[in-house]
Design a protein around this ligand. Structure first.
Ligand code: COA
Length: 400
């Protein structure tokens, strides 16, 4: 088997969809592919070719991600990764990842991010699980807000009205949340594509909009022999102020006929349990890794965020693909600098451990307990652990 790697071209889309569909169990229609082109740029893809046929794919979207402290960083968001079932476990993904990461390094990308279909794939390529996504189910009928919302009305808008309002609210929300990802106009158009084929038996989307927040949801009817128990499925959710958050939940809790409100869009530190007089009614049904971060240019990555407390530390970062490097990091709430040094390190860590800690979603102390961070100076470790904490739990908010 002689596999070559080349860049994607506009006429590759159908073949890419064939490999991707066979991997994920999707049958793409012409309409699905036209919709995908709202966000897909095939120049940003790498393809593995066997005897003229595409057998492996990886691509990315150019994204901007909020960093702890309110800054942001441009990152490729790796996507559409698959290898044909006929060609698995022969090193094709590894070849694709090598090409892609080398290309990023040559282009000067600070880091790359992705979301993973399975948890065991990407650590070997230097990606660390950095955020968590939480699925929840709320038993609506007994749920009561401790204090009702004051001020700011919530409107039920049409898709067309919401398309005009949501981007600005989302932009304000994402500046507050480390790990949050921007949405281009194409991405917003893609979000508003609401084909029946993707509704899974549920309604079209409904849009609840407050001046500072919104909830997008679908309803699934379930009359249960006269004991209505509809499901409200939240597909998108952003509140830029506590008032908007409370006001939106007040409306959601008033949805008669609905038994449960379900979501995979609730950040792990969402204040909802504290708003309820019985917080246990919000059950977490799954807690999985969200965004994985792969640092490439360490000074560019480490200076793109702020630090909770002043820190001055020498870090040795062990990278199986790009070699080991040592940097002095001086940072605090107002900014950071990071320079190469030959001084001996206070801490050594793997590049994926650095990726896991970068957004403040995983604690360096826990990574050290797992042997992925080593330090002979426990005070330096504690201080860096504190410094890496973010103001909020990181959350990406947009599937890619
Ligand atoms: C995941 C996938 C892309 C791997 O492709 P592949 O060409 O078989 O992978 P490779 O042969 O290059 O494997 C590279 C390494 O990853 C490991 N690996 C590959 N797939 C893995 C998986 N699903 N879980 C754990 N390890 C995996 C291999 O064992 C190998 O390890 P090693 O080199 O350290 O010994 C392929 O199985 C696939 O298309 N899966 C279905 C779609 C999917 O989940 N895509 C990922 C979307 S995020």
């Amino acid at each position: 088997m002689d596999i070559s790697i080349r860049r994607g071209r506009p006429d590759d889309l159908h073949e890419i969809a064939r490999v991707d569909g066979a991997s994920f169990g999707v049958t793409y229609t012409e309409q699905d592919l036209a919709d995908a082109l709202l966000v897909v740029d095939l120049d940003r893809f790498w393809l593995a070719i066997d005897d003229g046929r595409i057998v492996g794919v990886t691509g990315d979207y150019p994204l901007t991600m909020t960093t702890p402290g309110g800054g942001s960083i441009d990152v490729p968001g790796v996507t559409w990764v698959s290898v044909s079932p006929t060609h698995r476990r022969r090193g094709i993904l590894r070849q694709l990842m090598d090409h892609q990461l080398n290309d990023y390094a040559e282009r000067g990308e600070a880091m790359a991010i992705l979301t993973a279909s399975e948890g065991g794939i990407y650590r070997r390529f230097g990606y660390g699980a950095a955020t968590q996504v939480r699925r929840t189910v709320l038993d609506r009928r007994p749920a009561r807000l401790v204090a009702p919302a004051s001020g700011g009305s919530v409107e039920l808008l049409t898709a067309e009205q919401a398309r005009a309002r949501l981007p600005e609210i989302h932009r304000r929300w994402r500046q507050l949340v480390p790990g949050a990802i921007n949405r281009t106009e194409g991405r917003w158009d893609y979000h508003f594509v609401d084909r029946e084929s993707v509704r899974d038996g549920m309604s079209a989307k409904f849009y609840l909009v407050h001046p500072d927040g919104y909830v997008v949801y679908r309803l699934k009817e379930h009359w249960a022999d006269g004991h209505p128990a509809h499901t409200c499925w939240i597909t998108d959710y952003a509140a830029a102020t506590p008032e908007a958050h409370t006001a939106l939940w007040q409306v959601l809790l008033a949805m008669d006929l609905v038994g449960t409100i379900e979501s995979h869009q609730i950040p792990i530190d969402d204040p909802l349990p504290h708003l309820l007089d019985n917080g246990r009614l919000l059950r977490t049904t799954a807690l999985n890794d969200g965004v994985w971060v792969r640092p490439l240019d360490l000074p560019a990555s480490l200076t793109a965020r702020r630090y909770g407390v002043e820190v001055d530390v020498v870090l040795r970062v062990m990278d199986p693909l790009r070699g080991d490097t040592t940097y002095r990091l001086r940072g605090g709430p107002d900014g950071a600098e990071c320079t190469p040094t030959t001084t001996s390190a206070d801490l050594s860590l793997t590049v994926d451990a650095l990726g896991s800690a970068y957004l403040g979603g995983q604690r360096l102390g826990a990574l050290a307990a797992a042997g992925r961070v080593e330090s002979t100076d426990s005070a330096a470790l504690r201080r860096l652990d504190l410094a890496f904490q973010a103001e909020r739990a990181p959350f990406h908010g947009t599937a890619f």
